[in-house]
Design a protein around this ligand. Sequence first.
Ligand code: FES
Length: 522
Amino acid sequence: MASFIVNGQEVSPSKNQKLLRFLRDELHITSAKDGCSEGACGACTVIIDGQTCKSCVPDTDSLAGKNVITVEGLSDWEQKVYTYAYGKAGAVQCGFCIPGMVMCTKAFLDVNPEPTDDEIRYALRNNYCRCTGYVKIMDAVRLAAKILKEGVLPDDGDPSWTLGSRVSRIDVEEKVLGTGKYPDDYYPEGMLYGAALRSKYPRARVLSIDTSAAEALPGVEAVVTADDIPGENKIGHLKHDQYSLIPVGGLTHYLGDAIALVAATDMATVEKAKKLIKVEYEVLPHVHTVEEAAAPDAPLVYDEEETNVCAYKHISRGNAEEAIKNSKYVISHHFETPWTEHAFLEPECAVSFYDEDGDIFVYSTDQSAHQTLHEVTLMLGTDKVKVQNALVGGGFGGKEDMTVQHLSALLTYVTKKPIKMKLSRAESLLVHPKRHPFYMDMTMGCDENGVIQGVKAIVKSDTGAFASLGGPVLERACTHAAGLIIMKTLKLKELLTIQITHLPEHSADLVLHRLVSQQRHF
Ligand code: FES
């Protein structure tokens, strides 16, 4: 195997592999983050012989004699400068992208100590940040350049905080230097890797599952199906409508449904074993849209339900009908917002193990750890469960539901060993729910000054395969449909019915202009 230098030490990987895998899995260098494994996001950026490189791209065999630097290999002075600059600029939020940004900043400022804004933008062009919007990261690069040039950290005076003080986040240092731990940064002794075989069809009945060939594969420690779940199979935050694992006889509801789990000594074996699991399906017709689901002859998404409607909300206040009738101008329009992927930089990951109390302990990266605890407890049929959120590399609403936490816990329950279950980027995109698309028919009436008098809206939303938080999201859409401006100035007048009224084009422009002005004002 090729030998090369990492942070001043000569190293020899045990096998040819991606540099990122070697840094993380063998050296346990946690600053290089695995956001995509596809050379896209830049979270794993390191410096190789002075040039930035996404470490998920090169094979270790191609690095003979090269010099690799990660954040851990920066000098004390550099670590202080980047921690100060990124903290002071407010450039650190979830932090998952930051060590990669720092390595880009270093490689760039080493050769261009007085950069222009365009040069900074160009230098960071290959690194994504989902949280900050880049403005503050650019501020951090400018500030780092200034400090490196002056050779001294600014004196910020009295460090004690008072109300209204401008202070850096308390977790800046661990996020800039990569010492803070997201679940993927845990490597408990004897850890196995876990992954799920997903459904081949969005809607199908599972007729049989044969795991024998997968179980016989060397390196495989367990292949788990719904029969191995000791408690409730179905989970869900508000409605228990999602199978943890689809049982024989059960219906799949989307391509992200898990059929079986594999635990093995390495990910390559896990992937090989998944291909050896044989599943027989009865493929059934499915629905993709609100219209298809609402059609009179639509197949029912759930065996046990009589309708495909997940939730219905009707909110009214005042007499919108009357208010609109008495309005000087009335405008009606259809609006749509699409499915939206949250695109958090950190894919879902959980690490679980038995702790010293004999409890199953889960490190999670989610937006509702208490709910995770509740659902893992439900699925395992025991309250000897602990859940602790590690750092969360962004969520934005996309890490509300269970994805890997309960499945990792189940594998630990079966194997009695520590498990890491992490979604690939493609799997993450497939599995977690998206922001609900909305289809809105709105009618608004206003007076001669453009002040809104009444609003009526019919709002339809697609919650996807599962109820998840679809009901509350719909309710919020309804309560917000008339907007803050109306509640504050005009008293909310809205009703969930539909009315189509036409308006001359120039009047419509006037109304929209007024609406935008008022939104800005408030
Ligand atoms: Fe950049 Fe969260 S701070 S992705």
